[in-house]
Design a protein around this ligand. Structure first.
Ligand code: B12
Length: 351
């Protein structure tokens, strides 16, 4: 079993029993003492024992079963994982570690623990990735080293070699998801997230700025909902469209009323609105406030996991990924989603 994070076994000397090597001879802690240490009710400990088989293992004749230091270490780890948002069942399984990590987030915990044991701190310097091509591993390494020049040059090289959609899907998203998982499990790595977000945004904006001759006559507006701080997908879309000679206007975070004004003033072919929805979900029904442009109405395209689509007005579409957003905008402006100016469209994924 991995060493527990947080207090180690028996730091408070509450274990009862004869002196000597603790695990072998100590009689152990009672349920009330363990509950106190973990900050849970004794009944909760009994439930965990019954449901997940993570309970006291010392058998003392004529007495209640007692918790050994190993039991306490296991429970401490389970509690630590639960405080990071892992479900009790998964936390118990991981704490016992017989079955190995059961999901990527738990694999991440193990990676961080291994890094921790080799003397590193702050969640370790290794980023566990759900998908790990050599390219994504390289980007993750540069990011974890806070090597801004390295991150920018890896992203920039991939953008010009493989194009925006492939760079976003195969290089950036796996690293961003890995960083998000790491933050969820360990609460650390915000500085790394910022390095990747800043450098990626720079590189994507540079791609967008390279557009010289736009083919779209009507404007395309890109924005996110007012409460949203996640904006990388918007910049990925702007860059992917620029590659296809479609100019966009990135309007940042907007309340619906401001978006309505922008639509009224510019009569766009398409509007894209991103909502990650961390602080609050956005209701697509609210977009009924957008003015109807005549003779050809604006195509309203929504992206991100934060939308409630229940009462969406007719003609409002939700797209699941960057490729879908590109296709929807290209169809609104009458262009071909596959036509890009990128040199090497067919460059193999270096996976
Ligand atoms: C970078 C980042 C930030 C940066 C954003 C910087 C920037 N310039 O954008 C900063 C530091 C500002 C930030 C802040 C916060 N963040 Co944040 N952040 C992220 C991170 C790592 C990447 C965001 C991103 O670009 N995602 C894009 C892709 C990678 O996201 P995806 O969900 O996997 O994408 C799916 C679809 O959306 C779709 N898709 C992907 N790309 C595209 C593109 C288009 C155009 C379309 C249509 C679809 C699409 O395909 C994917 C598969 O289905 C995510 C981790 C993650 N998994 O997303 C956390 C994450 C979104 N953040 C999270 C949180 C909690 C926060 C904060 C509350 C943290 C805090 N303590 O302050 C704040 C909230 C800010 C706010 N009010 O919005 C959580 C959200 C959890 C939840 N249940 O909602 C995440 C998921 C991390 C986690 N695992 O917990 N964050």
């Amino acid at each position: 079993m991995a060493a527990p994070e947080g207090p180690g076994p028996d730091p408070g000397g509450e274990l009862t029993g004869p002196a000597g090597p603790p695990a072998a001879t100590a009689v152990g802690l009672g349920v009330a003492a363990v509950a106190r240490r973990l900050g849970v009710a004794p009944g909760t400990l009994r439930t965990w024992d019954r449901r997940y088989g993570i309970g006291p293992s010392a058998h003392v004749s004529g007495a209640q079963r007692r918790y050994t230091p190993e039991d306490l270490a296991r429970l401490t780890r389970m509690r630590f994982l639960m405080l990071q948002g892992v479900s009790p069942a998964d936390a118990a399984r991981s704490a016992c570690e017989d079955a190995g990590p059961v999901d990527p987030a738990l694999a991440l915990v193990s990676a961080h623990r291994r890094a921790g044991r080799s003397g590193r701190s702050g969640g370790g310097r290794v980023l566990a990735l759900r998908e790990a091509s050599p390219a994504t591993r390289g980007l993750a390494r540069a990011a974890m080293a806070l090597d801004t020049a390295g991150v920018t040059s890896l992203v920039t090289a991939s953008l010009s070699r493989r194009g925006v959609v492939a760079t976003w899907n195969d290089l950036l998203v796996p690293v961003l998801v890995g960083l998000g998982d790491r933050w969820r499990v360990t609460g650390s790595g915000i500085e790394v997230e910022h390095v990747v977000a800043e450098c990626a945004e720079d590189a994507l904006r540079a791609t967008t700025r390279r557009l010289r001759r736009a083919t779209n006559v009507r404007p395309v507006l890109l924005c996110s909902v007012e409460s949203e701080e996640h904006r990388l997908p918007v910049h990925a879309l702007a860059a992917a469209l620029a590659e296809r000679s479609v100019a966009t206007r990135v309007l940042g975070r907007l309340p619906v009323s401001a978006l309505a004004d922008a639509v009224a003033r510019t009569g766009p072919a398409a509007v894209f609105v991103w909502c990650q929805g961390v602080r609050e979900r956005a209701d697509a029904a609210g977009l009924a406030a957008l003015p109807v442009v005549r003779p050809t109405p604006t195509t309203v395209i929504l992206g991100g996991p934060g939308w409630s689509m229940g009462g969406r007005p007719p003609g409002v579409v939700w797209v699941p990924d960057l490729g879908g957003a590109v296709a929807a905008v290209m169809s609104a402006v009458g262009g071909n989603a596959d036509s890009t100016g990128t040199r090497d469209r067919a460059a193999p994924d270096p996976r």
